[in-house]
Design a binder for this molecule. Structure first.
Ligand code: CP
Length: 355
């Protein structure tokens, strides 16, 4: 039997995503459970976190489980990911051992590993989490690599709570200014989940260089076709905001400039006016606004937007706790229970299937 991981929502059907969101809503109503009783979770952070670390650790605790937090290279040994290398560098052990040893201790391995920001053709392969998934004998959960699927679920839950049925609602994913080039993960994920929910999605970004990776644009277009929504790109701020039901902001680095960030900086700096402000929000259909956080106030969005009643970023952050409990409970459930819940019927090798 192949292991079920939660690395990208594209590996999960729309029905399975809806079921996770229903489970999350149930955990929000009733937070304490025993779904992880006697079980444990390893949380591996190669990058900093506030929300993810807190919500995963507390989520495991609230379901009766135990979380072990590790920061490889800081409080745990640095790890090598390349196959067949002579390990003469800083790494003290290989992911082949780390993933298999952790699999003997814990029931889930959760990984945060951002891109290295030098070569997108390398980073887009998502090697770190894929290496964990290939060596682990327990499910692996993505805590943000080149997508952020837990944020996707939290975002979708917050949108449903505030807008109800999301099909046909106008959704704007807007690039916003930040002084540094940031990960495209949340933007990729926003595109995936909004199109999955059948929304009419507009990607607003400064120039064609800021369009997201072709893989996620293609997934978004396919999701839109399958779920009755649409996907378009614009560089016109007023056109994007007018009539929107939801505005989601994120900053990211332009992929053609990966590793050449000094060349990207003048373009980025010329688009500080992409900040989300009240004037832009006034063009919308009384839209909700959200951001994954952390957010630099008055750089990415103004104080007035962040403090407005239509800002649902705090609800979305809270939902991280609930959706991750749903994911952990589902993946850590005994195989038979998971199959029963997902409607899969395993056939015994000796079972007679003749009519
Ligand atoms: N949104 C999010 O993942 O927050 P952290 O980086 O604080 O975990």
């Amino acid at each position: 039997m192949t292991l079920r991981h939660f690395i990208t929502t594209q590996d999960w059907s729309r029905a399975e995503i809806d079921a996770l969101l229903e489970d999350a809503a149930a955990f929000k109503r009733s937070p304490i459970g025993d779904q992880l009783a006697g079980k444990s979770v390893a949380l591996l952070f190669f990058n900093p976190s506030m929300r993810t670390r807190t919500s995963f650790e507390l989520g495991a605790f609230q379901l009766g489980g135990h979380a072990v937090v590790l920061s490889p290279g800081k409080d745990a040994w640095p790890i090598e990911f390349e196959a067949g290398v002579v390990m003469e560098g800083d790494a003290e052990e290989h992911v082949a051992e780390v993933a298999r040893v952790l699999s003997r201790y814990v029931d889930l391995i959760c990984v945060r590993a951002f891109p290295k920001f030098k070569d997108w053709s390398v980073d887009r392969e998502d090697r770190v989490i894929k290496a964990f998934a290939s060596f682990a004998t327990v499910p692996v959960v993505n805590m943000e690599t080149i997508t952020h699927p837990c944020q996707e679920l939290a975002h979708a839950l917050a949108l449903k709570e505030h807008l109800g049925d999301l099909r046909g609602r106008k959704y704007v994913l807007t690039w916003t200014y930040h002084p540094k080039p940031l990960n495209t993960a949340v933007a990729n994920s926003a595109l995936l989940i909004a199109t999955r929910m059948g929304m009419d999605v507009t990607l607003l970004c400064p120039t064609p260089d800021y369009v997201l990776d072709e893989r996620y644009m293609a997934f978004g277009a396919a999701n839109a076709r399958e779920n009755g929504g649409s996907l378009r790109v614009t560089h016109d701020i007023e056109d994007a905001y007018r009539g929107a039901d939801a505005v989601y902001a994120k900053s990211w680095g332009a992929l053609p400039y990966f590793g050449r960030w000094e060349a990207e900086k003048p373009i980025r700096d010329a688009h500080q006016h992409f900040i989300v402000d009240e004037a832009k929000m006034a063009l919308t259909n009384r839209a909700v606004f959200s951001h994954c956080l952390p957010l630099r106030r008055n750089v990415k969005a103004t104080d007035a937007v962040m403090d407005a009643p239509y800002c649902i970023a705090i609800d979305e952050a809270e939902n991280r706790l609930h959706v991750q409990k749903a994911v952990m409970a589902r993946l850590a459930a005994p195989v038979a229970m998971r199959e029963q819940e997902s409607g899969i019927r395993r056939v015994s090798p000796t079972e007679d299937l003749s009519p």
